[in-house]
Design a protein around this ligand. Structure first.
Ligand code: DX5
Ligand code: ZN
Length: 231
């Protein structure tokens, strides 16, 4: 499966900041605005302090979304829930290197289900942590805030981290997409794209506005000319 239908840089609105009582409407709005993926943050109150949603909600979203579902697992023992999220309709499933004790096995399990497997790095986890697994990953997610909450400030060192992750992937012979997640908005979109990000997650900058449709469009526009020139 290709990641997203509309061009080299993908916009992935995170529903974490959406009005959960109006989730279907919110998703329709960002899809009208050109969203490529719908980013869904799963939190368990253990790996991260917050608790969000589980497979039943993903299943409900699958009924209304027309874009692939990008499910970001911020949970302990993610391998226990892979089947449930695949059955619920995840098209991409990412697991943190800090929580997946047997990461290679978990990545293989996700891929064996026929969906895309991603590895996630917390801000304090070095890019080098991916060296032995880089060639197996369909995508990498770089956290540019500490996971757990929407609306936090972008950590500037994430730009250098993106470059290092791109190097690690290149050394493994991979040109896998790199997703950036946390504090992304119009002010830093072009910078993260220039540093190597190809999938931009944004929660607050899209659903925290009065017009998620327009905000999705604006974020893509803010990626600048780099967005259309990357291979
Ligand atoms: C944070 C989540 C993010 C979050 C991003 O733990 O992984 O996906 O929704 O939200 P913003 O864009 O508001 O930082
Ligand atoms: Zn996320």
């Amino acid at each position: 499966m290709a990641i997203g239908p509309s061009g080299p840089v993908q916009i992935a609105p995170s529903i974490l900041s959406a009005d959960f009582a109006e989730l279907g409407r919110g998703i329709a709005a960002v899809e009208r605005g050109g969203a490529d993926l719908i980013h869904i943050d799963v939190m368990d109150g253990h790996f991260v302090p917050n608790i969000t949603i589980g497979p039943p909600v993903v299943k409900a979203i699958k009924r209304v979304a027309t874009r692939p579902l990008d499910v970001h697992l911020m949970i302990e023992q993610p391998e226990r829930y892979v089947d449930d999220f695949v059955s619920a309709g995840a098209d991409m499933l990412s697991v943190h290197v800090e929580s997946a004790r047997h990461l290679h096995r978990t990545v293989a399990l996700i891929k064996s289900c026929g969906i895309l497997a991603g590895g996630v790095l917390n801000p304090a986890t070095p890019a080098a942590a991916l060296e032995e697994i880089a060639g197996e990953l369909d995508f990498v997610l770089v956290m540019s805030v500490n996971p757990g909450f929407g609306g936090q400030e972008f950590i500037p060192q994430s730009l250098e981290k993106l470059r290092r992750v791109r190097d690690v992937l290149a050394r493994a012979g991979s040109s896998a997409p790199i997703e950036i997640d946390g504090g992304i908005d119009q002010s830093n979109a072009a910078k993260v794209v220039a540093a190597g990000a190809t999938i931009l997650v944004a929660g607050n900058a899209i659903f925290g506005t009065g017009d998620p449709e327009a905000a999705t469009r604006a974020l893509r526009a803010a990626c600048g000319s780099t967005a259309t020139s990357r291979a």
